[in-house]
Write a protein of this length. Structure first.
Length: 276
């Protein structure tokens, strides 16, 4: 008996980025819903530990922003990476006073219609201050990526555009103007080098038009070609399905090229609550 294909109903920045990077990976991951048998980078255990620590750091920050005192949080920063990241977070001049703002929305989820789908995004933090909305995203990269690379990524484009479309309930029922929005990537290992991306009406129109176009392509796709850039395959967990190699790319090269970035969505429901 032939299995019916999975009916996709939502899109995210991750799924759309996968579709752009490699339509076949999008199919394997989101339509066929196959588990990924290949490790992402070598050494595998080191990379897995780093990812787990990154997820846990997100949880520590979220718990702090909802009111848990910093001195209690610090007890759970119990690895060298977590200790360093937490100290950098506490001492960052760019984040001074953030905890004292009244309008903080950590782990906020927004959605809006996009063609036949709903576009979803989970934000690390949306902070409102002086009539502006600041989107904060915490990154635990080993190397600081170029701003040009970040600006082109769909995360930057989706998060700002979706806040325009779906953020009225955070703004007394009024839609945000694009010029009221800024996205800030804060790097736990580079606390004094945040990447800041203000927004404009022209950028919003460009981004939303692109997202509509991508959603239409996904809806009508009948074939899912492999990427022509084989360098991406070295860091793809699905490469063994495509006979694109067995050995994973080196972790240092991956960070330098920023190609092994976030091939999964952080699912905070799968991370245990911290007992204080």
């Amino acid at each position: 008996m032939k299995t019916q294909p999975f009916q996709l109903t939502t899109l995210s920045q991750s799924s759309l980025q996968d579709y752009l990077d490699c339509a076949q990976r999008f199919k394997l991951r989101y339509l066929d819903r196959l588990s990924y048998p290949a490790v992402e980078t070598e050494p595998a255990l080191e990379n897995e530990k780093h990812q787990q620590e990154g997820e846990y750091f997100h949880r520590l920050v979220q718990q702090h922003l909802i009111g848990i005192p910093a001195e209690q949080i610090a007890k759970f920063a119990n690895t060298p990476n977590l200790q360093r990241w937490w100290e950098n977070f506490q001492n960052s001049t760019d984040l001074t006073g953030l905890r004292d703002l009244l309008s903080l929305y950590p782990e906020a989820t927004l959605s809006a219609p996009l063609g036949k789908y709903r576009l979803l995004a989970k934000y690390d933090l949306i902070a409102l201050r002086d009539g502006k909305a600041f989107i904060y995203d915490w990154k635990t990269y080993r190397k600081r990526p170029r701003n040009e690379w970040l600006a082109a990524r769909l995360q930057t484009r989706v998060y700002r555009a979706l806040l325009v479309q779906a953020g009225a309930h955070l703004n007394n029922g009024r839609l945000f103007e694009p010029e009221q929005i800024e996205m800030i990537y804060w790097f736990a290992d580079f606390p004094d080098e945040p990447a800041c991306f203000p927004y404009t009406t022209a950028q919003f129109k460009r981004d939303w038009d692109l997202l509509v176009k991508l959603s239409e392509e996904v809806a009508s796709a009948s074939s899912y070609p492999l990427t022509e850039d084989r360098q991406k395959c070295a860091f793809c967990t699905y490469r063994s399905y495509c006979e694109r190699g067995v050995r994973a790319g080196d972790i240092d090269q991956a960070e330098a090229e920023m190609e092994a970035e976030e091939l999964f969505d952080v699912n905070f429901e799968q991370i245990g609550e911290i007992a204080f």
